[in-house]
Design a protein around this ligand. Structure first.
Ligand code: SF4
Length: 148
């Protein structure tokens, strides 16, 4: 799947959930809490494919990152930058994505002649404090710099 397809699909899913919560009268804190991983697995099973996968304990719902309080509001990450046509050429390979803050927990993954940002060990956007700081009911507004 292309980055932009994922981005647009996820934006639509995110908007649908937030619109529902706003219609129910939830405020910022309640909306952020609703996006806690455990609650999302239970109430929004279609939001993320990992919600339906088996976890290490044999239960349903697999976390993308090993952290106790995982919040899903800012999946993927406002610091992610991508371009499906390629951002730049580097040593004969094409870079398709990178981290704008060069997080020390992230890395550039090399897959043949392609380079993609690998965020699998970075928890930056999943902390509630980070979500609070960057909160907006419009996910696309928070992510506006991601698409190059
Ligand atoms: S490495 Fe971390 S901060 Fe950078 S884009 Fe990935 S998740 Fe975001």
């Amino acid at each position: 799947m292309s980055y932009i397809k994922w981005f647009e699909d996820h934006a639509a899913k995110h908007k649908k959930v937030v619109q529902k919560l706003l219609a129910e009268g939830l405020d910022k804190e309640a909306i952020i809490s609703y996006f806690d991983f455990e609650n999302m697995v239970k109430n929004e099973p279609d939001f993320c494919p990992l919600y339906k996968e088996e976890n290490e304990d044999g239960g349903i719902g697999k976390k993308c990152h090993d952290m106790e309080h995982l919040n899903c509001y800012l999946c993927a990450c406002p610091n992610f930058r991508f371009k499906d046509e390629g951002v730049e050429e580097r040593e004969g390979k094409t870079v398709y994505s990178f981290c704008a803050i060069d997080s020390k927990e992230g890395r550039q993954g090399v897959y043949g002649d392609k380079i993609h940002q690998d965020c699998s060990h970075c928890t930056v956007p999943h902390h509630v404090s980070y979500v609070r700081k960057h909160f907006d009911t419009e996910w696309k507004k928070i992510m506006k710099a991601c698409r190059l």
